[in-house]
Design a protein. Sequence first.
Length: 283
Amino acid sequence: MVAISLFSSCVFRPDPLDVEIDAPPPQLVVSSYALPPQILGVAISRTFSGLFSEDDVTQDSSLIQDVFVDDALVTIKYAGRTDTLFQLGPSFFGSLNVEQIPNERYTLYVKDNKTGQSITAETVFLETIPLNSAAAVPIISNDKTDTTFTFKYDFTDQLGKENYYLATYTRLNKGTGSLFDSLPGKIFNFQNSYFNIFTDQNKGDGKVVDFQPFIPNLNNGDTIAVSLSNIPKPYYEYLAAYKRSGNLFSSFLAEPITLPSNIVGGYGYFAMLKPDVKTVILR
């Protein structure tokens, strides 16, 4: 008992100390969108502290100013020319003049004039691989009392090349109803969007790839946009990491998680995609 009493009296229980940890300096976050024939959009924001939630950012005007980029130089270099993007809105820059040349290398440069920070990124614009078909698939329950609705699609892998593909699905009669919703990124609403990624490394070179995705709460009469994009391997790895993280899509204002990136000096991913799109009405 004496030993226990002596031990108890020697236990060191200091009062908790308040420790201030400086937040890391904000870095630029980039996502991009290319639509035929020559439209390019680039979304640019700044990271923010994990001490704040997305609701904090959207409701606090001072935080919005810290996250949004409203004064920047944004250029794209390719094929011996340089195009300067113009500002379309808060944190969103675009051009109507960026030619989409298969297998051409594009270099993005962004300088945030407010902070002086800059980033660069490179990507290759790959030729479009078409969808062969996309069709509705009604599924009738065993007792024939209930019907669920989904869809299927197929495409043919490019023979003799190592290929990677992104397929996205958007309910056009829900939410914004914009095909922008079918592109992975951070500036549009992805509540009604889903995606899958494929590679001929496990599907077979030159083979037909057919797929029937599972998407909850599809209804009779829903219109689905199915988009297929031929993507570079690094972008495939970026999207695969997203899936493994449990976050299929990150909103524009979400604090970024650690992912593979082609952005030098920042976060996100710069890609130029030219999807082939088919619409399906579920019946």
